[in-house]
Design a protein around this ligand. Structure first.
Ligand SMILES: Cc1cc2nc3c(=O)[nH]c(=O)nc-3n(C[C@H](O)[C@H](O)[C@H](O)COP(=O)(O)OP(=O)(O)OC[C@H]3O[C@@H](n4cnc5c(N)ncnc54)[C@H](O)[C@@H]3O)c2cc1C
Length: 497
């Protein structure tokens, strides 16, 4: 814990990058009462959207902050997503959540809505500033910036979080390694204003592995991996001619594509930061992990990093963080990042092998087999739990902790002390801990027999007990509150039963 030095720094935290991760983190930090500034290199928000998906855990996260009603009307709900583009889809509707679906929503909307929320919460967003370097000392971090006219300036904050994407300048300046594997394969995407194709041609395109999805404003996105050009470096621009030629070769028809609005090549370089924190500098989102965009997970992962980090960093700044709370960010989130880098690599391999002699026939047979397995409910659920991120559980560092510690708290119905009927996610709207008396609840889920539970601001379980003895429960509760909230009183929590 450290004293608050309000005047010494311009901001408590400078978040570098106004992508989805930086904006979400800005919201979380501001909600917890810290002074946040986001600096972003781009002078304007981007209109092109890489990501198109918000999966169940991200939807829960947005729900916990009361933001879902802003997002849902702008997107389309789909019953699930895919694994390795296998024909049998992942069924999110079978998962244990109120949000068992994917929200199909362009990244530009996600960013715009998060930016709107960040501004409402008082986050200062400075566009047109590029971070070029940093130096940290015992009390803060000095950032070197370049404004849109190329003029250098410096800014100081108590902490800096690099949410500045895969090529993160913050990560490099902080000397954090980014080990992993080089790009060996690229895919191509194109958003077209005109597609003049018969249903049969589009069917053939899909059957041959081209993803064809309608976007808004009359655009259609095509995404493919071209066996003849998949070793082309991501840095090489895509031309309309190349696109038409590849689509024609892959499915026998150019699908009448014209008026491209965006053509892009993306690669499978896969890397994970070897640390998520060094001193007063932290990383989140693509700055900490990059991978092939298989299963639509990267943006989701970044939002969830931000949800994990925000309240912890704010606790440190607000002076009540228990020892090691901030370090638990890396301990909890890096394994999740690692799991996603691994599952995306597996998904890509299942496609790449079908394109490379001498494996193509065996690989196709392997895909058929896996597709059959996906028809088995439990198998489907196992993979769906992973891609949806509903399986994210944090290991408890405490000996003898209740087995539910670190698990996701189910969004059960509860009643507040003022007798309002609500649910757990609504209780978390202000980003506080929730203390829930479950003694009267008769649940048939993992909470069966649990008498009291402390939920973290990010919706994971901090502490649970099954004791029915009031005095023991009081003692355990006080210990848990000290360990997690730095105070033995319930004053900082919202309470319900
Ligand atoms: C083709 C493709 C499709 C994808 N589809 C999906 C999908 O469907 N679902 C999904 O979940 N994910 C998907 N992703 C991944 C997703 O787009 C990223 O994971 C997500 O954008 C990461 O968000 P971020 O905020 O961490 O980083 P970014 O979105 O990269 O944002 C970083 C921000 O930092 C700014 N910045 C960079 N350097 C500096 C600097 N030095 N100073 C100041 N500002 C700086 C950048 O301008 C940018 O605004 C896809 C990716 C690709 C390539």
């Amino acid at each position: 814990m450290e004293p608050v030095e309000a005047h010494e720094h311009e901001s408590d935290v400078i978040v570098v990058g106004a992508g989805p991760t930086g904006l979400m983190l800005g919201c979380e930090l501001a909600l917890a009462g810290t002074r946040v500034r986001i600096v972003e290199r781009r002078t304007e928000a981007t209109r092109n959207s890489r990501a198109l998906t918000l999966h169940p855990r991200s939807l829960e996260v947005l729900d916990m902050r009361g933001l879902l009603p802003r997002f849902l009307p702008l997107g389309k709900t789909l019953p699930g997503w895919h694994f390795a583009n296998l024909p049998t889809r992942l069924d999110f509707s079978a998962l244990d959540t109120r949000h068992g679906y994917t929200l199909f929503l362009a990244q530009a909307h996600t960013e715009a809505l998060l930016e709107e929320r960040a501004r409402e919460l008082g986050v200062r967003i400075d566009r047109g500033y590029e971070v070029t370097g940093l130096a940290q000392d015992e009390t803060g971090v000095s950032l070197d910036l370049r404004d849109a006219d190329g003029r250098p300036t410096t800014s100081r904050a108590r902490y800096v979080v690099g949410c500045d994407g895969g090529r993160s300048a913050v990560r490099q300046a902080a000397g954090i390694g980014f080990p992993g594997t080089e790009e060996t394969l690229t895919g191509v995407l194109g958003d077209f204003a005109t597609v003049d194709a018969s249903p049969e041609a589009l069917e053939a395109a899909r059957a041959n592995g081209i993803m064809v999805v309608p976007l808004e404003a009359g655009l259609t996105r095509f995404v493919y991996i071209d066996p003849e050009r998949m070793r082309t470096p991501a840095a090489e621009p895509v031309t309309l001619e190349e696109f038409r030629d590849a689509v024609t070769r892959i499915c026998g028809d150019d699908c009448g594509i014209s008026e491209p609005r965006w053509l892009s090549r993306f690669g499978n370089a896969t890397r994970l930061a070897d640390r998520y924190r060094t001193g007063r500098v932290l990383l989140a989102g693509d700055a900490a992990h990059i991978h092939f965009p298989a299963g639509g997970q990267g943006l989701n992962l970044g939002l969830q990093d931000a949800m994990n980090l925000g309240w912890k960093l704010a606790a440190e700044i607000n002076g009540w963080a228990p020892a090691d709370l901030l370090d638990s960010y890396e301990a909890e989130r890096r394994p999740v990042g690692q799991a996603v880098t691994e599952n995306t690599a597996v998904q890509l391999l299942l496609t790449e092998l079908t394109l490379v002699p001498p494996y193509e026939h065996n690989a196709t047979a392997l895909r058929t087999l896996l597709d059959e397995l996906l028809g088995i409910k439990d198998v489907n659920r196992l993979l769906a739990d992973g891609v949806s991120a509903l399986n994210t559980t944090y290991a408890s560092p405490r000996q003898g902790a209740h087995p539910l510690t670190g698990h996701r708290m189910p969004d059960i119905d509860v009643t507040t002390v003022s007798a309002k009927n609500t649910r757990v996610h609504e209780l978390l709207a202000q980003g506080k801990f929730a203390l829930i008396d479950l003694a009267g609840h008769d649940t048939d889920n993992d909470l069966h027999g649990v008498t009291e539970i402390l939920v973290r601001p990010d919706g994971h379980i901090a502490w649970a007990t099954r004791t029915t003895d009031a005095a023991t429960r009081r003692t355990e509760r006080a210990e848990a509150l000290v360990a997690w909230t730095g105070s033995s009183t319930e004053a900082g929590t919202v309470q319900a039963r």
